[in-house]
Design a protein around this ligand. Structure first.
Ligand SMILES: Nc1ncnc2c1ncn2[C@@H]1O[C@H](COP(=O)(O)OP(=O)(O)OP(=O)(O)O)[C@@H](O)[C@H]1O
Length: 580
């Protein structure tokens, strides 16, 4: 919490909030003195002009208190909201630069809860601190001193009331604080189940698992509700307990104060003022005790936020003085030199001894069974993960020596699962190249065999729903391919991007890609399952169990490589490799 406040709070505004608070507290503390004077000097002696004068004083002091409270609320709320705003943008900036490892570690749902719910907790506690929690200790001490000055003998009532209150507060906190901490985790769980239910809604319906999912959500929801109810029931005891103690104290004060008045040792006004101070003391004590409920809860949130904001990215750039630049005069090339990679926690290497080199204008195709390491290999090129051994060079430059930003400028990729953003065809294509003209967009769409369905849907301004849900799987793939090729890059990667296309479209698309001038100066990497997709590549890598078990052209591999022959044979049997 302190770290977050130190980094994000505007100290001028916080000091202004504190100053207004001091004025408000002084006004609150001065009012009982006026009341006392009014009763003892004005009413007791029937001095009308004194009553009027004190009445006006009372109004002025109350008005000053009101203005100060408004000033405090203004600075406290604006500051807290700004802290929330800064935290949200820090979280977003951090998360968009995370590598896949960090996403796996935190989980999408938890990142969302941290950016929303946890930040709201911090905002709330900041307002409370700037508004009430600073007020309580000042009020407690000042009202205590003033009450003691009025009548030291009556303060013995506090010696009984405050320890009882302290025991009640500690007991309540003891049970409530752990519950508040676990509420945060349970919110994560609800979000996780809800997200999975939403993203997998079609699968759930297709498998008639609505009831199963509903039950799963109900369990998470019930668990959250049970904990939250328990926490709030326990804390709500605070108020009745407080009222009981306050009433008990007032009875004690009136009882003993009444005796003092009867013995002419105290004036009525003094007793009224004392009772007001007593209420202020006990209220402040209670507010202070709330600190121990709110702050641990917000601290749990702060820790969860700091965990994300301070997380070192596992894929980091070198220090600035060691960073190299791409030599812009060099032609495109891609080279893997004895590359080895293992996923964290995995027992086996996901990639082992990967060696190949491709030059400008060449196409490298990667084929192999599921789980053989094809996607892992291409994901190492934009550094979605760091490889463990060997070397990867783009345009003859080792990729870890340049910034990720510079590297990503040289690479354009279509992931296995096509991702489109809510907007229009135009806004989606501009992700690839923000300066692209309409002509360039249409050209990219034409190469990606998307021109006809985009035209039918209303052209470049056709709406793309969230995740591209208003397009078919094949259409989404083709739009993602268009976005990839509109970017001016050295390496174009298509990770299983042609699998959702029919044979004819697949062939037409590849032919258009080969004829494109920009592509002829770049390296194309195509991951595929179909032999027909890879057959015309300059270099085919056959992968099996994380290793390249054969490389060469289609004819060479067909002649010499057992695994490739098996793939070809299996597809001929299925009639898939008609062109093979
Ligand atoms: N994020 C990950 N963490 C741990 N292991 C992973 C991860 N991603 C993939 N793997 C493992 O690495 C191996 C290679 O996976 P990869 O996705 O590269 O295969 P692939 O050849 O692309 O398969 P497919 O054709 O089915 O997409 C698999 O055994 C897989 O279980």
């Amino acid at each position: 919490m302190i770290k977050i406040a130190r980094k994000n709070l505007n100290w001028w505004a916080a000091t202004a909030a504190l100053l207004f608070l001091l004025i408000q507290v002084s006004a609150d503390l001065y009012l009982p003195t006026i009341t006392s004077n009014l009763i003892d000097k004005g009413i007791a002696q029937n001095d009308q002009s004194y009553i009027w004068q004190q009445g006006i004083n009372m109004l002025i002091v109350s008005f000053i208190g009101l203005l100060a409270a408004a000033g405090n609320v203004y600075f406290a709320s604006t500051q807290s909201m700004k802290v929330g705003q800064k935290l949200r943008s820090q979280m977003f900036n951090k998360v968009v630069n995370f590598s896949s490892r960090e996403f796996t570690d935190f989980g999408d749902s938890s990142l969302i809860t941290r950016t929303t719910n946890d930040i709201v907790q911090i905002q709330n506690v900041m307002v409370t601190i700037l508004r009430m929690m600073l007020q309580s200790p000042i009020m407690l001490i000042a009202a205590g001193v003033l009450a003691y000055n009025r009548e030291p003998r009556l303060t013995t009532v506090f010696l009984v009331a405050i320890p009882i209150l302290a025991v009640a507060v500690v007991a309540i906190m003891y049970f409530a604080v752990p519950l508040f901490k676990s509420i945060q985790k349970k919110t994560d769980r609800i979000n996780l189940v809800f997200r999975e239910g939403l993203t997998g809604v079609r699968v759930i319906r297709a498998f008639n698992q609505d009831k199963f999912e509903q039950d799963r959500f109900d369990v998470a929801n019930h668990d959250y509700t049970k904990t939250a109810t328990k926490a709030f029931v326990i804390t709500s005891f605070m108020f009745p307990v407080m009222t009981l103690i306050l009433s008990g104290s007032n009875i004690g004060i009136i009882f003993f104060g009444g005796h003092l008045i009867a013995d002419m040792q105290m004036q009525v006004g003094n007793l009224v003022a004392f009772m007001t101070y007593a209420t202020q003391i006990l209220m402040s004590f209670m507010m202070l005790s709330m600190v121990f409920v709110f702050v641990p809860r917000a601290s749990a949130s702060a820790a969860r936020i700091n965990e994300v904001v301070e997380r070192e990215n596992s894929v980091a750039d070198l220090p600035e003085d060691q960073i190299k630049q791409f030599d812009q005069t060099k032609p495109a090339s891609l080279e893997f030199d004895d590359v080895e990679f293992k996923y964290r926690g995995a027992e086996q290497l996901a990639l082992q001894g990967i060696n190949f080199k491709a030059r400008a204008g060449q196409t490298v195709a990667i084929i192999g069974g599921t789980g053989s390491g094809k996607s892992t290999l291409v994901n190492l090129i934009p550094r979605l993960f760091n490889f463990d051994d060997g070397n990867i060079l783009v345009n003859d430059q080792p990729i870890e020596q340049v910034t990720q930003h510079a590297l990503h400028e040289k690479i354009s990729i279509t992931q296995q699962k096509a991702v489109l953003f809510k907007g229009t065809i135009r806004t989606n294509l501009k992700y690839g190249n923000k300066d692209a003209t309409d002509d360039q967009m249409w050209q990219a769409l034409e190469i990606a065999q998307s021109k006809s369905f985009v035209t039918e849907n209303g052209g470049l301004d056709a709406i793309v729903e969230q995740n591209g849900d208003n397009f078919s799987g094949g259409q989404r793939q083709r739009l993602a391919i268009a976005r990839t090729i509109i970017k001016n890059a050295s390496i174009y990667i298509f990770d299983d991007s042609f699998s959702a296309l029919d044979f004819k479209t697949d062939a037409q698309l590849r032919m258009a890609l080969h004829q494109d001038k920009q592509m002829s100066q770049a390296v194309m990497v195509i991951v595929a399952q179909r032999v027909s997709t890879v057959a015309d590549a300059d270099l085919i890598l056959v992968m099996d169990d994380g290793k390249v078990v054969g490389q060469g052209t289609h004819q060479e591999l067909k002649a010499n490589n057992e695994t490739y022959r098996e793939i070809v044979d299996s597809q001929i049997r299925k009639g898939d490799a008609a062109n093979a």
